[in-house]
Write a protein that binds this ligand. Structure first.
Ligand code: APR
Length: 230
């Protein structure tokens, strides 16, 4: 079976009702990204940051996977599929994808502010005073700007062995995630689905741009890949 690696970003969840980061003047749900997604922001105003993610978590529990998330699951009958997502939502899992790596963490988990490996599932609000088993404040299990990306090496290893790379709904602005494309083997076909693609076909050999939304473009692409087993 050929191995398909799928790199997804906020755009794949846009049609489920989750806002992207860079489509709204640098504001994310009305906030400066650095205020709510950096260790400095958390130190400055932990309550604001916890409340912000509490709202995102509540919202996540009200939305559903869309046709793009669902279509990717049907690839699994013919391909060995690995999803590497920058998203912190669980919509790939809820759609039924088997292998999902969350480069930037997960909204439905929290971790100790002292031990980054002390991670627990969490669906309710996180408040100041909510502590891990060792008595330290809990924080969202999210990789903020300026923090290490613990699963990067795993993501690189997966990408290096891809036979086909799909990139869906990402501005390819945030590193190291955006740099994963440079780890593919020479000659690997790349398909990029995004209504405002930030790459153009001349930048990479074997790059096909599909200028469409995820919910429309991904099911078509998946059907073509399954048909041709290409
Ligand atoms: N279908 C597909 N793509 C879409 C859709 C849609 N319906 N709507 C918007 N897009 C595209 C935009 O054109 C853009 O290229 O989704 C992309 C969203 O880009 P960003 O908002 O920058 O999101 P992303 O690339 O995932 O951001 C990366 O930045 O803030 C951090 O950690 C956060 O994981 C995030 C990272």
């Amino acid at each position: 079976m050929k191995k398909i690696v799928v790199l997804t970003g906020a755009g794949i969840s846009a049609e489920s009702g989750i806002k992207t980061f860079r489509d709204a003047d640098g504001l994310w749900e009305g906030h400066d990204i650095m205020e709510v997604a950096s260790p400095q922001g958390f130190t400055k105003n932990p309550k604001l940051v916890l409340d912000f993610y509490n709202q995102r978590r509540k919202q996540l529990l009200t939305v559903q996977p869309n046709e793009a998330h669902k279509a990717l699951t049907s690839l699994e009958t013919d391909f060995n599929v690995h999803i590497i997502t920058q998203n912190v939502d669980d919509l790939h899992e809820r759609a039924g994808s088997s292998n999902v790596l969350h480069l930037h963490g997960e909204l439905l988990k929290v971790r100790s502010t002292v031990n980054e490996n002390d991670i627990v599932p969490w669906k309710k609000d996180v408040n100041l005073g909510d502590l891990c088993s060792n008595g330290h404040q809990l924080r969202p299990h999210i990789v903020w700007f300026g923090e290490q990306v613990p699963l990067l090496d795993t993501a690189v290893a997966i990408t290096q062995t891809a036979d086909i790379l799909l990139i869906i709904g990402t501005s390819m602005q945030v590193y190291p995630a955006a740099g994963l494309i440079d780890f593919i083997k020479l000659g690997t076909p790349i398909y990029f689905v995004d209504p405002k693609p930030s790459l153009n076909a001349s930048q990479y050999e074997h790059l096909t741009i599909i200028k469409d939304t995820a919910a429309k473009g991904v099911p078509k692409l998946v059907a073509d890949l399954i048909k041709t087993k290409a």
